[in-house]
Design a binder for this molecule. Structure first.
Ligand code: SF4
Length: 256
């Protein structure tokens, strides 16, 4: 989407801000990709992170960006240990949507249009009511009829890309590493590849401690991250082929 905006306007129009909200839980490839997009296409990308104190955001850079979930942990602590989940996705709202809003308001903006990269083949995510806020949402890729195959074709022809696996048009490893909106199979596969990453387990322990209630301290109501990791360690690879074992029919995707 950004590439098309640059093409159509002969560069970035003066009144446009391009932002990236880092949760601290993205894969390193994602951070490198954002940096590379800015450098190769000559676009100033403003790197933002949530902070739990006024003005509730900070401008960072590729060098200083959090890589161990620090902004996310600060938010969980601010919420006194209540963890986000499929029903209460406050992380998207605070770490991404409101962090960008706070930055733009700090520039003196009162009304703006927010372009998102949703495609035409994602109808369930389109046609949502406009937010009752100071911005209007537009989906230029969807308006232009762009599908995931067009996006794949674009990146196959490009001389760089995200360097994360693309499966059926979906970037495995995009967004937060073991986000609760990913399917159980994706999260289990991530745990197999990265047994050293215990951040989500640590947050569930922190949630238990701060809320004093283990039932509030899970990202997923069916299993804890520790249980899933131990399950993956006990079982062999067969669970990744056994349809239904780790199936989650409504796996979604964060797009803030
Ligand atoms: S990717 Fe998932 S965990 Fe990260 S902010 Fe979005 S909904 Fe929350």
């Amino acid at each position: 989407m950004l590439h098309e905006i640059l093409e159509a306007n002969g560069g970035l129009p003066d009144r446009v801000e391009v932002t990236f909200q880092n949760t601290g839980r993205e894969m390193p490839e994602t951070l490198d990709f954002v940096q590379e997009v800015g450098g190769r296409w000559g676009v100033p990308i403003v790197w933002l992170e949530y902070r739990s104190y006024a003005p509730f955001f900070e401008i960072v850079s590729h060098n200083s960006a959090a890589r161990n979930g620090e902004p996310f942990e600060a938010l969980i602590r601010k919420k006194r240990g209540y963890l986000p989940n499929q029903q209460q996705r406050y992380c998207t709202e605070q770490l991404k949507v409101l962090t960008a809003k706070r930055y733009l308001r700090s520039l003196g903006w009162n009304r703006w249009t927010n372009f998102t990269g949703l495609r035409a083949d994602e109808p369930s995510r389109l046609n949502k009511p406009q937010p009752p806020s100071c911005w209007t949402v537009r989906h230029p890729l969807a308006d232009a009829g762009v599908s995931k195959y067009d996006v794949e074709r674009f990146w196959r022809a490009a001389d760089f890309d995200l360097r994360l696996p693309l499966v059926n048009g979906k970037t495995i490893g995009g967004n937060c590493r073991d986000c609760f909106l990913k399917s159980e199979a994706e999260i289990a596969a991530y745990k197999r590849e990265h047994p050293e990453d215990r951040w989500s387990e640590r947050m569930e322990a922190l949630g238990s401690e701060l809320t004093g209630s283990a039932s509030q301290a899970f990202f997923n109501k069916r299993w804890s991250h520790r249980e899933l990791r131990e399950f993956v360690e006990r079982q062999g690879d067969w669970i990744f082929d056994a349809e239904g074992w780790l199936c989650q029919a409504e796996g979604g995707e964060c797009f803030g």
